[in-house]
Design a protein around this ligand. Structure first.
Ligand code: G6P
Length: 623
């Protein structure tokens, strides 16, 4: 989840760029940099760590008021065009060389990029063969060289031709030393917005980067290229067709801007899930039929001798682990044990050298999870941290780390970190299956193809169910109790849906394995009880349908989550919300979305603060 800001205009822009990057810090990053163009030269400063390191590198001490003059990176006269970037490592380690901006061979072209160029390996090879030399390990640097390859005096044309050869999801901005008043940017699946001021123009990955300077914006769509000058912006499609776009005025205040125009961080983060999952999976699926987790540096010998996996976690992270258990057992045939970290650490567990213990913790700082991981490590197990936060304690305590890349989550109720963790567990399951030859390659290729399609299906689901979920929330906002029922992979979805509902709406909930309902919870049902049933397509759907019939027989109101195309569920449920079809093991990552929204809307209808529910706190480490 990187950040982009670019400026072209009449003012010295170094400080505007740094200020813009500060507004994008919430997205999370591990390094940062800026490039400034003056007198036909581009100067670049990059630094690992947070923005105070970049400020120090350009001679701006964190305690010194920002001024337009001075500093080692400032050419004379001060630059009035430049690029800034905060990077969260995907391709290549966290180093100064890999931080953006990146340049071409001539040093004239500089770019900053968000997202991932999927065909970077083949492009790098082609470019190397034709003599291009690279100075970083990143996929982003390829784009600078691609523009160089196509450059013939016209930067827009060079960007357009380079863009046509890229695959993936990305947004980038380019600058050329010979064009001191032009930035050219392009968008494919990653956000990019132009801010139009008086004699100056900004281009950024999110509005807060320039909101203090202008409220007039132009949004870009996928496949569009924009040429930005101090006078404004000209948009074309990738085939060169000009695009007319009206300038819109942003009416949000600064606080709303941080929420991206959403009324709460939680809703914003729910809608960031396509991006969070795409960032987590894309570069780990380098080709159509395999997952690459070589970053874990786990030996083949260890994998051959692996006896079992133990997952330890708390809260929502525990539920992501539960989904992972089904996936790993189904695909890799490795036994998986689940444990609540606060139980595991005090249980004197039996664990040893042929065990892989996975600690799932978005913050990397939850004390019980850390203690459980440390205990397992002391007893000889290999310990992996699955976390969202670089440099967190979990990353230091573990033998190996798998990062989710969901960006900073501000809402206490975990949403995008859950789907990112679930996606990471799917990657782990597929990788173990292929490394241990546990599953036919054609089956692996099928599920990989489905997994790649999940980010866009998350987007489709959110767009298609929200209105109906809101209506359902209205009819149950005053309910005194919600029951959630599911089987197999539907069960962790229910546990997570029930947790979301109770933590933000304060309405008691219970989540049960549907087959266990008749052994007790059935006594709770009456005509006032909303019962949420996860009934997506799976080998045990028939069983779930029988459970729904049992619930209906007690007069309870069934809200079912079903797979598009299914007709049986709607026949037995009162209300049915559909999620797109996919491999049945992957359905949880879609099925949880209506449940997040249901909890959200019930809480909002009750005028509750969803971002900071009572008695709860998020463990967040900010350096
Ligand atoms: C807190 C939060 C939950 C979170 C849990 C575990 O209770 O309210 O949303 O799931 O901690 O946090 P972790 O950072 O370890 O995933």
């Amino acid at each position: 989840m990187c950040g982009i800001v670019g400026y072209v205009g009449g003012r010295p822009c170094r400080d505007l760029l740094v200020a813009g990057l500060e507004k994008l810090e919430y997205r999370g990053y591990d390094s940062a940099g800026i490039s400034l163009l003056t007198d036909g030269h581009v100067e670049t400063v990059r630094a690992v760590g947070n923005l105070s390191n970049l400020r120090a590198a350009i001679g701006l001490d964190a305690d010194t008021p920002v001024s337009a003059e001075g500093g080692v990176a400032v050419a004379t006269p001060p630059a009035t065009i430049g690029l800034g970037h905060t990077r969260w490592a995907t391709h290549g380690r966290v180093t100064e060389e890999n931080a953006h901006p990146h340049g071409d061979c001539t040093g004239h072209i500089h770019i900053v990029l968000n997202g991932i160029v999927e065909n970077h390996t083949e492009l790098r090879r082609e470019l190397s063969e034709s003599g291009h030399a690279f100075s970083s390990e990143t996929d982003a640097e390829i784009v600078a060289h691609m523009i160089e390859k196509h450059y013939d005096g016209d930067l827009t044309e060079a960007v357009r031709n380079a863009f046509a050869e890229l695959r993936g999801h990305y947004a980038f901005v380019a600058m050329h030393a010979d064009h001191p008043d032009v930035l050219v940017a392009a968008r494919q699946e990653c956000p990019l917005i132009v801010g139009v001021g008086e004699g100056e123009t900004f281009v950024a990955s999110a509005i807060p980067a320039f909101l203090a300077e202008t409220r007039d914006v132009l949004g870009l769509k996928n496949g569009e290229i924009v040429t930005v000058t101090p006078e404004g912006a000209r948009i074309v499609e990738v085939d060169g067709t000009p695009v007319e776009r009206e300038i819109e005025e942003v009416t949000w205040d600064e606080e709303a801007a941080e929420k991206g125009g959403y009324s709460t961080f939680m809703l914003k983060e729910i809608h960031e899930q396509p991006d969070a999952v795409a960032e987590t999976i894309t570069d780990r699926i380098p080709d159509a039929d395999s997952v690459d987790l070589s970053e874990l540096e786990i030996s083949q010998e260890f994998l051959n001798d692996l006896r079992r996996i133990v997952i330890v976690a708390c809260g929502t992270s525990y539920h992501a682990g539960l989904v992972g258990r089904y996936a790993i057992e189904q695909w890799a045939r490795v036994p998986v044990e689940m444990d609540i970290a606060s139980e595991y650490r005090y249980r004197d567990p039996v664990v040893g050298t042929n065990d892989l213990v996975v600690g799932i913790t978005q913050s990397g700082e939850t004390a019980d999870t850390l203690a459980a991981m440390r205990l397992a490590r002391e007893r000889g197990a290999k310990v992996m941290a699955l976390t969202n936060v670089m440099g967190s304690q979990a990353t230091r305590d573990a033998d190996t780390v798998l990062y989710t890349r969901a960006g900073l989550e501000m809402g206490v109720a975990a949403t995008k970190t859950f789907t990112a963790q679930t996606a990471a567990m799917y990657l782990l399951g597929i990788w173990l299956a292929q490394s241990r030859d546990a599953w036919p390659p054609e089956k692996i290729a099928e599920v990989i193809a489905e997994l790649k399609g999940i980010p866009s299906k998350i987007g489709t689901t959110l767009a298609s169910v929200e209105e109906r979920v809101r209506a359902i929330a209205r009819s149950h906002a005053e309910a005194r109790f919600f029951l959630y029922l599911g089987r197999n992979i539907g069960l962790p979805v229910c546990l997570e849906g029930a947790l979301k509902m109770k933590e933000i709406s304060y309405i008691p909930t219970d989540a049960y394995a549907a087959g266990e309902m008749k052994h007790g919870p059935i006594a709770l049902l009456d005509e006032s009880t909303p019962v949420v049933c996860v009934a997506t397509d799976s080998p045990i759907l028939e069983k779930v349908l029988s459970n729904i019939a049992e619930v209906r027989a007690r007069g309870a109101d069934v809200i079912a989550i079903a797979t598009e195309g299914n007709t049986q569920v709607a026949e037995v449920a009162d209300q049915t919300l559909y999620v797109p079809k996919t491999d049945w093991v992957l359905q949880p990552i879609l099925a949880v979305l209506p449940l997040q929204l249901l909890a959200y809307h019930v809480a909002r209808l009750n005028n509750l603060n969803v971002d900071q529910p009572r008695n709860l706190a998020k463990t967040v480490t900010v350096e």
